[in-house]
Write a protein that binds this ligand. Sequence first.
Ligand code: IMP
Ligand code: MG
Length: 174
Amino acid sequence: MPGPQATDVLITEQQIQTRVAELALQIRRDFPDGVHMVAVLKGAFIFLSDLVRQMPGHVSLDFMAVSSYAKGTTTSGEVRLLKDLDTTLEGRDVLIVEDIVDTGLTLMYLQEILRARGPRTLRTACLLSKPSRRQVDVKVEYIGFTIEDRFVVGYGLDYAEQYRNLPYIGVISG
Ligand code: IMP
Ligand code: MG
């Protein structure tokens, strides 16, 4: 099997690690009694694993999977729930952990359905944000990096299920 195409580094491993540590500190301060993290599969899995390892104290985890009916590199706007949570959110301090907010449609949908389950607090952390692409005004309290409108891969993010294993954020070159 031929390897994937080459990538140029947009955000280095070191830059990511530094920023994730800052976010973890900020989240810990805002959730002193502990936090229940809901990670969105698959893209958020590496961000989540680095984030929780920088965070002392009470942390519990759950996972959900959605499909944005993406075709290639664009989102259609429709969101389908592929895997639901294992436990209730009632009365809990919940943080959604997502890889990237692009149009905002996926997060808007997730926030709506999770808010309906009665958490005490519901906030969102995204490693990346592309504000120029936003179609809906979705609130994201913690953002790692704001980037331009380029399709990025690595550190959990894929193109056709490839590149998730890169330790940095890159763009596919040429
Ligand atoms: P949104 O609903 O348009 O905000 O898109 C959210 C989802 O699209 C993300 O969770 C990613 O799975 C995917 N996505 C958006 N932009 C990128 C990108 O640049 N690289 C990889 N996936 C992306
Ligand atoms: Mg995603």
